[in-house]
Design a protein around this ligand. Structure first.
Ligand code: NAD
Length: 359
């Protein structure tokens, strides 16, 4: 059955990088029998400009009907002064909440060709391949009560609540166990159980779920140690599962181990495997419209879309191999370029990946 992909180019470099990713999908359709249709929609600042809302009703209909969504990036300085509900980033939060995309998968994979781009020594990061599974719809970012109140002495106090229900913990850790099964069968759960009751419950629930996955080795680590271990010996990890707040911080830390924000894809999944796929970087307004942006994170997001939502692991592998071959050929956009190299533009990089796919 033909599957529907909703493409949301977004703002800034979004349309440029998504054009290259769409070329890859077109090539897979024409050359490798992928049975999909692409439909385009508006999210973020462009949606505010055209339809008056960052996640307009029309996009909501399209998103609900799609089998998977490919997003470029949203945001930019021209929308920063708008009221909060109209800001592009609100569109992103709204679509994630509307589709109940609770599981955020962020791989940090360092292509050996780019080992020199990392701030860490090559021997520490060469061959790095880890996956962070972050809970995305709960925890302290959404917990109530929250706010700023005035105390009796007139001083103001800010407060938030870190809260997880057992069912929320169970659904995210199951995603992580399943992901570990498809990789090296090692899962590290990161928490702060020495201080937080919510982490104590997290540990109890994951321990219970682990009984259904006897083939996956489960370990536990406190978040402060995990941050240290990520920069000390990151190759010890296969899959990490953690809450919204801890995952937000650790996944950015893991991203920087690879040296380039322009190389990293991500997936946000619902309980049925429907997902939204996007590069981890933003809309890069400083280079938008210049044809300089690295499209590889978006192209690798297509690979994740094929693997996790369309159940096409072989095609996903082909895309990842094509990216590797292009790097072998020495092609680099400005962000991943070493000294002495000549950079290629966004379009040339996309064309090279398509050519590698046709080989
Ligand atoms: P950013 O990721 O857009 O850019 C950070 C730096 O990385 C910039 O120098 C940029 O040029 C560079 N960069 C990013 N992607 C690149 C690519 N593909 N190729 C080459 N270089 C690349 O982060 P920012 O500057 O903090 O944010 C810019 C806008 O993006 C803001 O409006 C922010 O809110 C938004 N944002 C959106 C998302 C999203 O859509 N998921 C994520 C983060 C930030």
């Amino acid at each position: 059955m033909t599957q529907k992909i909703l493409v949301l180019p977004g703002d800034g470099i979004g349309p440029e990088i998504v054009t290259e990713a769409a070329k890859v999908l077109d090539c897979l359709r024409q050359e490798h029998g992928l049975d999909v249709t692409l439909e385009y929609g508006l999210l973020g600042g462009c949606a505010v400009d055209e339809l008056g809302a960052p996640y307009p009703e029309a996009t909501r209909h399209q998103a609900r009907a799609a089998d998977a969504i490919l997003l470029g990036a949203v945001g930019g300085p021209q929308w920063e002064k708008l009221d909060r509900p109209l800001r592009p980033e609100r569109g992103l939060l709204a679509i994630r909440a509307d589709l109940e995309l609770f599981a955020n998968l962020r791989p940090a994979l360092l292509y050996p060709q780019l080992a020199a781009a990392s701030a860490l020594k090559p021997e520490i990061v060469a061959g790095l391949d880890l996956l962070i599974v972050r809970e995305l719809n709960g925890g302290i970012y959404f917990g109530e009560p929250r706010g700023i109140r005035v105390l009796e002495n007139g001083e103001r106090e800010g407060f938030n609540t870190m809260v997880y229900r057992e069912s929320e913990i169970e659904r995210i850790v199951r995603v992580a166990f399943e992901a570990a099964r498809k990789r090296h069968r090692k899962l590290c759960s990161v928490d702060k159980a020495n201080v937080l009751e919510v982490s104590e419950l997290w540990r109890e629930v994951i321990g219970r779920v682990a009984k259904d996955f006897p083939d996956v080795a489960l370990s536990h680590m406190y978040v402060d140690n995990a941050a240290m271990q990520l920069v000390r010996a990151p190759k010890q990890f296969d899959v990490i599962v953690t809450s919204n707040l801890f995952g937000d911080i650790l996944s950015d830390c893991a991203a920087m181990l690879t040296g380039s924000i322009g190389m990293l894809p991500s997936a946000s999944l619902d309980r049925h495997g429907k997902g939204m796929y996007e590069p981890i970087h933003g809309s890069a307004p400083d280079i938008a419209g210049k044809g300089m942006a690295n499209p590889l994170a978006t192209i690798l997001s297509v690979a994740m879309l094929l693997r996790y939502s369309l159940n096409q692991p072989q095609l996903a592998g082909r895309v990842e191999e094509a990216v590797g071959r292009v790097l072998d050929q020495g092609l680099r956009t400005l962000d991943i370029m070493a000294s002495g190299m000549t950079p290629v533009g966004t379009q040339a990089m996309g064309d090279a990946v398509v050519a590698a796919l046709m080989e």
